[in-house]
Design a binder for this molecule. Structure first.
Ligand code: KG4
Ligand code: ZN
Length: 341
């Protein structure tokens, strides 16, 4: 089954072709990061306009790379939500139009389902059930995953997401937007023990997170003293250590609570090297297996959407139901997804 995947939920246009027998055939990504960086965050209207410019050339590119034509497609999968409404509408309308023209189904995928299934793209050893730590710019959640579409929320952030904490503190350090990767790079030169930062909700006894206090603590510190280059690196290392420590402690608690031994880490923050290294150490000690998507598929991409679409269609069977109304879901609770049997 050949599925075209289209991701346009935020500031990356991602397109991919996934074949259930042959795997990922091609993928292409255009990041709008430089477009938005001058504004210090994503500007929704600019994002949707840029998706419109990029999506068709990227579709042509993946088809050309894999030597296939539109007629070879069995289905089109697109991100239906959550995300920016105008940005989502670009992917939804192009996918629905293609589906109508080709008489093939266009399937709306939950963005976070794409993230949490993405390790399966390259890790056939991963089998359901597992615990997933979803850490992106907009979400920080621990999910129990029993099957495609069967998700139980174990815990989530009560305020900022982990990626948001990286981005906001990176901005305070003058590192631009999005700053997670830049902060992690600066942290490599720093000593994480020099500054003491809070570990919010580390001992709250539940699986929820809170990161907004970290941003306030960093702001207070920066206002109190002017930081030289080494101090900026030390502070970056302290921020990274605080976020990583809480993410690991809560993930291990979720595994213990659910009695599961497999952890999936997905979403942009899953690209963080310190998080990966420290989780690997804990996992080895405690007999847990940790699975990550390939680094390039940690952040938003079309491959995870094509893959989630193929999994759903394979299990539920392909139905074409004519031109449907389409709608996007800027806010969409992952637990409300329908399971596929
Ligand atoms: O999943 P994603 O691409 O987009 C959303 O759906 O939000 O995640 C983006 C987030 C940003 O907050 C970015 O700063 C963060 O992932 N990020 C990182 C790293 N690479 C990306 N955070 C920490 N360390 C990294 N290496
Ligand atoms: Zn994402």
């Amino acid at each position: 089954m050949l599925v075209l995947g289209i991701e346009t939920s935020c500031d990356e246009t991602g397109v991919a072709l996934y074949d259930s027998e042959r795997g990922l055939l091609a993928h292409a990504l255009y990041s709008q990061a430089s477009l938005h960086s001058q504004y210090g965050g994503v500007v929704p209207e600019l994002a949707s306009r840029d998706h419109i410019r990029r999506v068709l050339p990227l579709i042509r590119q993946v088809l050309a790379e894999s030597g296939l034509g539109l007629n070879g497609l069995d289905a089109i999968a697109y991100t239906r939500g959550p995300g920016l409404v105008g940005a989502l509408l670009v992917g939804a309308s192009i996918a629905t139009a293609l589906g109508y023209a080709l008489n093939k189904p266009a399937l709306g995928i939950h963005h976070l389902e794409g993230h949490l299934l993405s390790p399966l793209l390259s890790e056939p050893a991963l089998k359901f059930p597992f615990v997933a730590l979803l850490v992106s710019g907009g979400h920080t959640q621990l999910m129990q995953v029993s099957h495609v579409g069967e998700y139980v929320l174990l815990g989530e952030t009560v305020d900022d997401a982990a990626g948001e904490a990286f981005d906001k503190t990176a901005k305070l350090l003058g590192l631009g937007y999005p700053g997670g990767a830049a902060l992690a790079k600066l942290a490599q030169q720093g000593d994480s023990r020099r500054f003491k930062l809070p570990r919010p909700m580390l001992h709250s006894g539940d699986l929820d997170f809170s990161f907004s206090g970290l941003k306030t603590a960093v702001l207070t510190l920066i206002q109190r003293e002017s930081l030289n280059e080494q101090s900026r690196a030390d502070l970056a290392a302290a921020i990274e250590a605080a976020i990583v420590e809480v993410l690991i402690a809560k993930s291990l608690a979720a595994l213990e609570q659910s009695g599961l031994r497999q952890l999936v880490v997905a979403g942009g923050v899953g690209a963080n090297r310190k998080l990966r290294d420290e989780l690997t150490q804990h996992a080895a000690r405690e007999g847990i297996r940790v699975f990550y998507p390939e680094l390039e598929f940690c952040t938003d991409n079309g491959a995870m959407i094509a893959f989630a679409g193929a999994m759903r269609l394979q299990q539920a069977g392909i139905k074409v139901s004519g031109l449907k109304d389409f709608s996007v879901k800027p806010r969409w609770d992952l637990e409300l997804l329908e399971a596929v049997s």
